[in-house]
Design a binder for this molecule. Structure first.
Ligand code: SF4
Length: 457
């Protein structure tokens, strides 16, 4: 049961955040607002006066997970407010959990806060000055997600995000850059740019100019990458589509302004499957484009995700995907088995693939890519890489290189480096590799010199 509201003590709200980094950013906004109003956060159900569950509604399995999380919060606490993508299916939530206090949809920050006020009255003396100007973040202190737009103008047949989140709505570049600056001032060393379609940034604004540091800038992908690249921190670009204008950011990567990393959700390589998926940029000459990118920036790492077993995918389509992977040699790959999503157009496509075939293709793709990944990582043994430290324990430091986004990619392990701190950036020599991770040692100059150099002493 929830903790009784202690007289005089700040009310405490629990938060369960499910789903993608975009949902995490929504959770951060809710938390920032609650803290600004004087609420405390509770790390446990027992200590909370109410719980907000930020749900995911992307795949049916994610919906099930969200419903289970709501059920758990109800059983453990009893006062539950639901928000996020699954919130658009209020009837379904109420049918499963009639006891929820309120349901709001994605990005309805005001509505969530209003429901919290009803459930747990707002404290009389908000500690506004306790909220740092960069807001409250749920990621570790040295990296932060930077959301540049909401929604999407595409119409991929397996996806209901445009229906859930609406059409592309970009934030003005001045606003994005001021948030980025606040984060860097607060100690963030790596900015992860997220949206549904990063390369489309600014299209809906007509690339409108806005001011940052006294200079007018266009809300365009390149202009944003240049401005972020001037902040002196790692900048990582997620959810980019291979449109021709993406070529323009490769020189920034070659110059070390932006990390040589592109997260491009290709989803497939067979033209007929891509057409059935209605993917953006599927008619672009992707292989030629990637070759040209690598000429400009040889160290470029491309990460991607793929869906196997899409309706109509034949054995030839799947073989074409494996051949394409052999040719393109992506650094990082994730793979999902196709699932129907309520409301998606792909549900009605002919030729649904049996589960056991999806399973078998998933295993084949992962095995195929594992060999490619092992070769690419083995080639890095004997080289030096700049890394950022995520965690330090009694055995050493766990870090990442430019090739590794947090949570989804590999790690660089530095055994014995217990004196490093999270957020440290330094050069290491790579000594060992497996299919996904690297092991290395701090490169000369000595660690002490390097730390002094890093801290500007
Ligand atoms: S690009 Fe396609 S998959 Fe991505 S959010 Fe838009 S419609 Fe969905």
């Amino acid at each position: 049961m929830p903790a009784p509201a202690n007289k005089g003590a700040a009310p405490r709200i629990g938060l369960v955040s499910l789903g993608c980094p975009k949902a995490l950013v929504d959770s951060e906004r809710i938390v920032t607002r609650l803290r600004a109003e004087g609420y405390e956060l509770s790390p446990s159900y027992e200590g909370a006066n109410a719980v907000v569950v930020n749900t995911c509604g992307f795949l049916n399995s994610a919906k099930e997970e969200s419903l289970a999380a709501i059920g758990e919060a109800l059983a453990e606490n009893g006062k539950v407010i639901v928000t996020g993508c699954l919130g658009v299916e209020a009837d379904r939530i109420r049918a499963a959990h009639p006891g929820v206090l309120a349901i709001t949809g994605p990005h309805q920050y005001e509505a969530v806060i209003g429901e919290v006020h009803k459930a747990v009255p707002r404290p009389h003396d908000p500690f506004l000055d306790l909220v740092p100007p960069q807001g409250i973040r749920l990621t570790p202190r040295h990296y932060a997600y930077l959301k540049i737009s909401e929604g999407c103008n595409n119409a991929c047949s397996f996806c209901i995000i445009p229906a859930l989140r609406g059409r592309l709505k970009s934030r003005p570049i001045g606003e994005v850059m001021r948030e980025a600056e606040r984060l860097v001032d607060a100690g963030v060393k790596e900015l992860l740019v997220i949206s549904q379609d990063t390369s489309a940034y600014g299209l809906d604004l007509g690339y409108a100019r806005s001011a940052w540091r006294g200079e007018e800038r266009e809300a365009r992908f390149l202009s944003l990458a240049e401005a972020l690249g001037s902040l002196g921190v790692w900048v990582r670009l997620h959810y980019v589509y291979p449109y021709p204008h993406v070529d323009q950011v490769l020189p920034l990567m070659a110059d070390g302004k932006v990390l040589p990393y592109l997260d491009i959700p290709f989803q497939h390589a067979s033209p007929s499957v891509l057409k059935a998926m209605r993917r953006p940029a599927h008619q672009e000459k992707t292989l030629d484009r990637i070759r040209a990118w690598r000429e400009t920036c040889p160290d470029l790492a491309i990460r991607s995700t793929f869906i196997v077993g899409f309706p109509g995918e034949t054995e030839e389509d799947f073989a074409a995907l494996l051949d394409w992977l052999s040719e393109v040699r992506l650094a990082r790959v994730g793979c999902f088995k196709y699932e129907n999503v309520d409301g998606a157009k792909a549900n009605a496509l002919p030729g649904h693939v049996p589960e056991e075939v999806k399973e078998e293709r998933h295993a084949r793709l992962m095995h195929h890519q594992q060999a490619i990944s092992a070769e690419l990582l083995a080639a890095r043994i004997g080289t030096e890489s700049e890394i950022i430290v995520d965690e330090v324990d009694e055995e050493g430091a766990i870090a990442r290189s430019a090739w590794d986004a947090p949570e989804i990619d590999g790690n660089v392990y530095l055994n014995g480096e217990t004196a490093l701190q999270s957020g440290d950036r330094l050069r290491v020599g790579i000594e060992h590799a497996d299919e996904y991770d690297l092991w290395g040692s701090v490169a000369a100059p000595s660690r002490a010199d390097r730390r002094a150099e890093l801290s500007g002493v």
